[in-house]
Design a binder for this molecule. Sequence first.
Ligand code: NDP
Length: 450
Amino acid sequence: MSEAVESELEHFMQGLRKRNPHEEEFHQAVEEVARSVMPYYLDHGELRDAQILERLTEPDRIVIFRVCWEDDEGNVRANRAWRVQFNKALGPYKGGLRFHPTVTQSVLKFLGFEQIFKNSLTGLPMGGGKGGANFNPKGKSPREVMRFCQSLMTELHRHIGEDVDVPAGDIGVGGREISYMFGQYTRLENRWTGVLTGKGQTFGGSAVRTEATGYGCVYFCENVLHHLGEGMEGKRIAVSGSGNVALYAAEKILQNDGVVVTLSDSKGTAEFKNGLTPEQLDFVKDLKENRRGRISEAADEYDDVEFHAGKRPWGVTCEIAMPCATQNELEIEGAKQLVANGCRVVCEGANMPVDLEASHYLKEHGVLHAPGKAANAGGVAVSGLEQSQNAMRLSWDREEVDQRLKSIMQRIHDRCVEHGTQGDRVDYVDGANVAGFEKVAEAVLAYGVV
Ligand code: NDP
């Protein structure tokens, strides 16, 4: 990067930090995008004159509200919830809801900002948004979760709609929570409309939505490998997390004859010494999907599984790392371990799991780094397909949705290659950022000063 571009970037970031104090995650997400797009931005005077970057980093609006509910003992509880409606240039706001005690406005702004470019990459008409609450669903009874979801929707329903804003799931929000919220929405509005995605398949949910983010991430990874003239067979892949994204990524890796060497949760990492087997995957799915237990129980059950308490997976030798848990889970120490052990590809199932320092280190050491906004776009892509099916009042079968998902992931990959090829290698981070930005910027410019 030239000195002039570096200085423009620093100037822009200084302003952004000043306008958004104490929002480190948001600063990080913007810096990653701005670093990639700044040369393009400076080359296009019309974008600069229209202040497109400054406008794209300011959300359309943020709705903040109180969620009161009663626990099973009759105690009154209060949480805070947000909906960040970031940008609707390309379509209605679209992005998940996250329930986790670490949720803050900064986290949701970073996720909403990323979502703008991710949704742009899918080629579907979706703007970017994100929401959630600082509610911890762990340890809550199903009735408590239901009361919380209903109370949240009692406020949120005013701000969403099939042509306005269509939320989905994220960490802590799966099919059960979406169903509770959808039930409350239809009760309040007295009409059935595809206002949430990730619904049950008997009431408007799309086939493959549950699997879409994990499967899509593996499809993206396969495209990266094919571009290198290789396949996934026999490759050792370290997956982190053991939630929705991680489990379906692991399932698809096994179907493609890859070798899953780890899964993890917030307490530590399970290392599968002989590679995860389909039986072991079913065991972990049962643990997690039925909210029964921790990943450490896989080591209690199977002799060839070792549990590393408090450790992330990055110390286990692998050729591909697939972080599928949460933001900033792969820091510089992890990046050094991966490089030292011969890892060549990092493919993000989670949103922003690699911090900026680790990302630079991976790049310097020739590791291909597929960012979440490209590699995990399969989830929102199938959500977009769910919206289309709801609008048409029909449902496509599993094969059709899976085939569309594969094609979308391949198109996203090809756009990254088109915009990110530098000499004989592809910078997937730059490619995804520039390709995603170009389209949104063009739309915002066309709209005039709004
Ligand atoms: P889940 O809630 O299903 O699973 C999250 C997993 O990550 C769990 O194994 C959880 O462990 C682990 N985890 C959460 N927080 C931490 C932490 N601070 N440290 C270590 N591990 C942690 O969420 P999803 O699988 O849906 O989402 C995972 C990631 O993928 C997120 O970044 C999300 O934004 C992203 N994503 C999800 C999409 C989707 O369709 N669901 C779409 C696109 C991106 P534990 O159980 O111990 O908390």
